[in-house]
Design a protein around this ligand. Structure first.
Ligand code: CA
Length: 220
């Protein structure tokens, strides 16, 4: 199983990232401080590092320097609240593979995680299916009875989340936080709108409404 190390001191963000990655099929471990991260990586088992820049002890760039000077080639995605171009350049020159500015949606982070893991050849999740519906995560193609269906990035992410939780009732809040990110307005009806889009594209009965609770992928 692909394992991801998350170094983030803000508990809410660390939990949000970890929950999303677990739902996407990855194993996660959270460290809230920078000191010792290089040792945790040396102990082995991690395929990717998500590293916050603003940590209470060491700066994320210092942690990155330690990781690289210890000879670890692990892919690194840095997270920061800062938007300065200077930081982006510093991160990439310091050996980060990618860079994400807060606030970000989970979908955005997941796309980058997948891209980095693919580049490193260590992503184990590939094809998801239920009945005649199939999602190829590598090519980002969706097919229904072997006929390709065009899905937007968001529709794809929502479909993927349903496929990863078969037979489970998913609340609007769960779907919002997994697909749209933690900064999304919880009162929004965007989930209902996108479920309608998916029903139009994948068949009216593909997603069942569970009154008062949310939605469930139909088992076919
Ligand atoms: Ca932080």
């Amino acid at each position: 199983m692909t394992a991801i190390l998350i170094v983030e001191d803000e508990a809410r963000i660390a939990a949000f990232v970890a929950a999303g990655l677990q739902a996407a099929g990855y194993t996660t471990h959270i460290e809230s401080r920078g000191a010792g991260v290089s040792d945790v990586i040396s102990a082995g088992g991690f395929d990717l590092l998500i590293l916050d820049v603003g940590l209470p002890d060491l700066d994320g760039f210092d942690v990155l320097a330690q990781v690289r000077s210890a000879g670890h080639l692990i892919p690194v995605i840095m997270l920061t609240a800062r938007t300065a171009v200077r930081d982006r350049v510093a991160g990439l020159e310091g050996g980060a593979d990618d860079y994400l500015t807060k606030p970000f949606s989970f979908e955005e982070l997941l796309a980058r995680v997948r891209a980095r893991l693919r580049a490193a050849g260590s992503d184990t999740a590939m094809v998801l299916h239920q009945g005649e519906l199939q999602l190829d995560l590598r090519t980002r193609r969706a097919t229904l009875a072997e006929v390709e269906v065009e899905l937007s990035a968001r529709e794809f992410a929502l479909t993927e989340f349903f496929l990863r939780h078969p037979d489970q009732v998913l609340s609007r809040e769960q779907l919002l936080s997994a697909v749209w990110g933690y900064d999304f307005d919880p009162g929004s009806n965007v989930v209902d709108v996108y479920v309608r889009y998916l029903r139009r594209k994948l068949g009216a009965d593909v997603i069942q409404t569970v009154r008062g609770m949310g939605y469930r992928l139909a088992s076919r």
